[in-house]
Design a protein around this ligand. Structure first.
Ligand code: GTP
Ligand code: MG
Length: 212
């Protein structure tokens, strides 16, 4: 019996149980995809994966920011990143490879995609975001649960982590020159990613030629 999330989930504990289970399900899937890729192509597209459950404080803050009362219903309906997974890849091409593999998983439903690599944010932020749902099988029902997946390169992750730290210090009111320099750094990150990718392609090509 497939149920909508909001029909039978009413307590904080049951909601958190679902999001934790969803993180486990998606993490395992990603590990399997990475392992399979390793044995077919002899390399890992994933450098590392981080996952986290949003803290109650952050959930309340986000609801408030978007004008919603703090309730279980509102958090389930309007906070899409309670369960979050970050996949950090080696090269930009790996990001799209991962996204495609995730999209092809029959038991995942892709709800939305935001490509902040093709369309970076005003801040300079780059990443590929997918909102997916995964069915969580319980003893008496199945509940589709949301997980936000962020896919980025090591360089994009480096930028996003430091930018987040800097902005946190200014509580969002950073002086204009800082925002400008951060955008500039984001440009440097893209140059670095492009260079690393072409280097890798050149190395693979040279290796293939040497083998023939
Ligand atoms: P929130 O930004 O989370 O309120 O929701 P949204 O619906 O605007 O989603 P969006 O896809 O824009 O961003 C979701 C997540 O991406 C955030 O929680 C951050 O983890 C990350 N993110 C988005 N923009 C930035 C940014 O400018 N800098 C950094 N460091 N991270 C960002
Ligand atoms: Mg945002």
């Amino acid at each position: 019996m497939q149920q909508q999330f909001d029909e039978g989930v009413d307590s904080w504990k049951s909601v958190m149980f679902l999001y934790n289970s969803a993180l486990k399900e998606v993490s395992t899937k990603l590990e399997i995809l990475n392992d399979e890729f390793q044995y077919v192509h002899q390399y890992n597209p994933i450098e590392y994966i981080k996952s986290r459950i949003k803290s109650p404080e952050s959930i309340v803050k986000k609801l408030k920011k978007n004008g919603y009362e703090s309730s279980i219903q509102n958090m389930v309906n309007y906070v899409n990143d309670i369960a979050g997974i970050r996949i950090v890849c080696s090269f930009t091409s790996d990001i799209y490879r991962m996204a495609e593999m995730i999209g092809k998983q029959n038991d995942l439903t892709v709800v939305s995609i935001k490509d902040y690599i093709k369309n970076p944010k005003q801040s300079g932020y780059k990443s590929y975001h997918m909102l997916v749902t995964v069915p969580i099988f319980m003893s008496d029902r199945v509940i589709d649960t949301k997980v936000e997946i962020q896919i980025r390169t090591i360089a994009m992750d480096f930028w996003a982590s430091l930018e987040h730290k800097i902005y946190y210090k200014f509580e969002g009111n950073a002086p204009e020159y800082i925002s400008r320099e951060l955008r500039e750094c984001s440009g440097i990150v893209s140059v670095l990613d492009d260079k690393m990718l072409s280097l890798n392609e050149a190395i693979l090509k040279a290796k293939a030629e040497a083998e023939h």
